[in-house]
Design a binder for this molecule. Sequence first.
Ligand code: ACO
Length: 386
Amino acid sequence: MSSSKPQIFKGLEGVYVSETRLSYIDGLNSRLYYVGYRIEDLVAFSNYEEVAFLLYFYRLPKKEEFELFRALMREAREVPPDVADIVKRMALRNAHPMDILRTCVSYISMYDPELYVGTREANIRKAVRLVSKMPTLVALIYRVSRGLEPIEPRKDLGHAENFLYMLHGKVPSEFEAKVMDTIFILHAEHGMNASSFASLVTASTLADIYSAVVSGISTLKGPLHGGAAEAAYYQFKEIGEPERVEAWVQEALKARRRIMGMGHRVYKSYDPRAKIMKELDGEIASKYGGEPEKLYKIAIKLEEVALKEFEARGRTDIQPNIDYYTPIAYTALKIPPELFTLTFAASRTVGWTAKVIEYVQDNRLIRPLDYYIGELDKKYIPITER
Ligand code: ACO
């Protein structure tokens, strides 16, 4: 045992584990880039399918390439029919939809003819198949859990548009499809976050790409990561009225509760994704009224009060992250809170798989160390003498 204690990076904070060309977060200046493109431009001019191409091939597609890629995605949307049985069985036991999704991804892996082919090309093909199926799985889980008939995917609709169609059985308006597409784009990739790292740990053992995504889903689930949007929604509901915000914040901070949807390990300024969602939510609130508008008013007031309180405590770095502002848009799209993290997972499957494909090109088993602080050479005492 070494005598001097090594430096321990709790939470791996500040530790770089790989090089990437996929995304860059400038946490001090509120910037996020995918392959060098600013997310504001991608949201304004691109779409989720094109962003997926960008993340797998590190460039924007030419027209014919995009059409072919989009056609491949549309062809791959269907899931094996027996998945519905798994969903039904798990829903009967009241499993959380996120647990059902994790099991479904694991289950459908056995249907992939290239499951154990680990070349870059095969990995991209598998990733595209899985990304295409994720919204189908989420919609299936939603409908079967509620005793509704599943709706088959339609090949004539865009990725986001088809997702809303499979959830509600109605082709969404252009505005709704754009909101959904924006949410998909903004969740597609985000540096070395906890779930991406979990995917890489799995992939670094040369396990298959589906297993890596299962690790990603399992890690995304927690309320400190992807589960924060669901928690933020219930937080807004608990507050109930914008007039109750002041008192609620005082109580919450006294009880050392965290404000869900605020704070970030990397952003020490405003999360640029949250900024985009906040603007969109403003538009949604005035268009839709009702619950989205009420949630929006609570969120705006809570942001104002919480930021003032954080500032008074010398913490100007705790600001809203993307999960703070997505619940309002989800509510307008009639996506219930228990599906928020699944929708995030459906989108992030691009990021997880693109990262895995990039990492295994120059693979190194991820195997850190832990510093032992227990005793050594203890005497074994037989069970009858303890
Ligand atoms: N509310 C209140 N206090 C906070 C918050 C918050 N949302 N975030 C940080 N703090 C304070 C706390 O005092 C905390 O101290 P504690 O451990 O004694 O409670 C301290 O700041 C820790 O701050 P950081 O070191 O900046 O935070 P860390 O990097 O460990 O955590 C995290 C970042 C987990 C996101 C945190 O801010 C948090 O829990 N936020 C709420 C959950 C959330 O919104 N998660 C979504 C993240 S974005 C995503 O995954 C898509």
